[in-house]
Write a protein that binds this ligand. Structure first.
Ligand SMILES: Cc1cc2nc3c(=O)[nH]c(=O)nc-3n(C[C@H](O)[C@H](O)[C@H](O)COP(=O)(O)O)c2cc1C
Length: 155
């Protein structure tokens, strides 16, 4: 698929074929694409948590205000920004802007890479941050910014 096809093809998928798994190889490629996104000061504060455990996926869906389609996907990627890493160089602007922008750029790369691999995704931003941090045992400086279910679209 060429670049323009990928751009046009990407759309939010909210119904996944739970019987069709996503390979670790594809997840690795998707994460690599996320890591290649630009980053203010080349600090790269974004981390990608990969969740396959069904119980955890259901907890995440609950923390995302009951968006249960998230737990139908075989893989859920949670995009997390280490905001203090960027703040240590750029202060408030790093904490409140650059770290968030970095994570958003990385998230878009994830979505496009998944599309290029024939996979469906949805950028989920409506969730209780404290609950997600609790479920994933995140440090205080680690801010969860996007939840991305990844799977084959149910036809
Ligand atoms: C920051 C952000 C947060 C979003 N949060 C959610 C969400 O919580 N749940 C959801 O189903 N879609 C969410 N979306 C997806 C949008 O609803 C979707 O991108 C929009 O309707 C356009 O459709 P498309 O992605 O198919 O082009 C979010 C998108 C962005 C960029």
């Amino acid at each position: 698929m060429d670049f323009w096809q990928v751009i046009k093809k990407r759309h939010s998928v909210r119904s996944f074929d739970s019987q069709k798994d996503v390979s670790d190889k594809d997840i690795k490629k998707i994460i690599e694409a996320g890591k290649m996104a630009p980053s203010a000061g080349a600090i790269y504060p974004t981390n990608f948590l990969i969740i396959r455990d069904q119980k955890t996926k259901i907890e995440i869906a609950e923390a995302a205000l009951g968006q249960y389609f998230i737990s139908e996907a075989p893989v859920v990627i949670v995009v997390v920004a280490d905001i203090e890493k960027t703040a240590s160089r750029y202060g408030q602007r790093g904490r409140n802007l650059y770290a968030i922008q970095d994570a958003a750029a990385a998230t878009e790369n994830l979505l496009l890479a998944a599309t290029a691999l024939g996979l469906g995704t949805c950028w989920v931003g409506a969730f209780d941050e404290d609950k997600i941090s609790q479920i994933l045992k995140l440090e205080k400086s680690q801010r969860p910014l996007a939840i991305i279910p990844v799977g084959y679209k149910k036809v």
